[in-house]
Ligand binder design. Structure first.
Ligand SMILES: NC(=O)c1ccc[n+]([C@@H]2O[C@H](COP(=O)([O-])OP(=O)(O)OC[C@H]3O[C@@H](n4cnc5c(N)ncnc54)[C@H](O)[C@@H]3O)[C@@H](O)[C@H]2O)c1
Length: 298
């Protein structure tokens, strides 16, 4: 792998075993040293263990992205260990949720705080460290396909991911004078490829019937179904939305000098899913030539 992030220090929030770990591994594969934050220290440690298994360096940090003192302490710990932060990936979020008929005030507020406040606090503290040191860094905020279009059962998630998309543009404007770039990346239900998750048999989100997005409703007699419950038709023009490894390659490139003038943008690696017209039903994946093989990280 070309070491275009050599000498860079990265911080990834919510470095759980799926997308956060995939991004951390990619940043390390391209040469960065990676600090892995999570509210659950076991997740952060598992992420670092995966980096080390593959011959890379990282540190694990316990911290709640919604607590400013913990965010500041995490940022200071990385500065103490490595002297600077060049890359921040705001990845922590609470997935799932409920629809507008069923969501609670508490769950709605917590989901918005983790995504919105957490992204703001880490961006603020890391960006201040970059400005002080004249680091022309890169900040990537992880959004979602649900930040751009909707499904039933995820009203808080759709709300805060939509907010992330315009936070990216606002922060990009605030930080452009300092040479700091801020971009979004919108995952589209990647198929988990971390061996730890694959061993547990984690199912791809888009396969089979239904899916695991959002919570169910109540049993009142006026309830109507929100989901088609038959076998899913093909949904993705190229047959697959990829894996966290595909996301990692893209995010690492977004943080490289090749992307020096890219700011305030959103990226997808989704096999054409977001570009698809609502009425177009692609051919089955088995009939397609399919994408090139993924470039593996481990
Ligand atoms: N998995 C998908 O299909 C999918 C699709 C679109 C977007 N995304 C986005 O990608 C990102 C990662 O998703 P994932 O599937 O890896 O999720 P995940 O639930 O596996 O990982 C999220 C991590 O965030 C951590 N976290 C939760 N609250 C926190 C807090 N207050 N402070 C610090 N850490 C906290 C969790 O402990 C967990 O390890 C999220 O922003 C998610 O919204 C995921």
């Amino acid at each position: 792998m070309e070491q275009f992030l050599e000498g860079r220090t990265a911080l990834v929030t919510g470095a759980g075993p799926n997308i956060g770990s995939g991004i951390a591994l990619a940043l390390a594969s391209y040469g960065a040293t990676v600090a892995c934050n999570d509210v659950d220290l076991d997740n952060a440690r598992a992420c670092v263990a995966r980096l080390e298994r593959n011959g890379y360096r990282g540190i694990a940090l316990q911290g709640d992205v919604t607590a400013e003192d913990e965010v500041a302490a995490n940022v200071q710990a990385v500065l103490d260990a490595f002297g600077k932060i060049d890359i921040l990936v705001n990845n922590a979020a609470l997935l799932g949720g409920k629809g507008v008929l069923d969501e609670t005030a508490e769950a709605f507020a917590r989901a918005v705080l983790v995504s919105g406040l957490g992204t703001f606090l880490f961006t603020k503290h890391v960006a201040r460290s970059m400005c002080e040191r004249q680091i022309r860094g890169s900040i990537v905020c992880i959004s979602s396909s649900h930040g751009w279009s909707a499904s039933p059962g995820v009203v808080a998630y759709a709300f805060h991911k939509g907010g992330i998309n315009n936070f990216v543009r606002a922060a990009a404007m605030d930080l452009a004078p300092y040479g700091i770039r801020v971009n979004g990346y919108s995952p589209t239900a990647p198929t988990p490829d971390n061996p730890d998750l694959v061993a547990k048999g984690t199912a791809p989100l888009l396969s089979g019937r239904g899916g695991r997005l959002g919570g169910g409703g109540g049993d009142e007699e006026w309830r109507r179904p929100t989901h088609y419950t038959g076998d899913r038709p093909p949904l993705v023009p190229m047959g697959t939305t990829g894996t966290p490894t595909d996301i990692g390659h893209c995010v690492a490139w977004m943080c490289s000098d090749y992307a020096r003038l890219i700011t305030g943008c959103d990226f997808v690696v989704d096999g054409g899913a977001r570009a698809k017209n609502f009425s177009y039903m692609p051919a089955p994946a088995s009939d397609l030539l399919g994408p090139l093989p993924v470039v593996p990280m481990e």
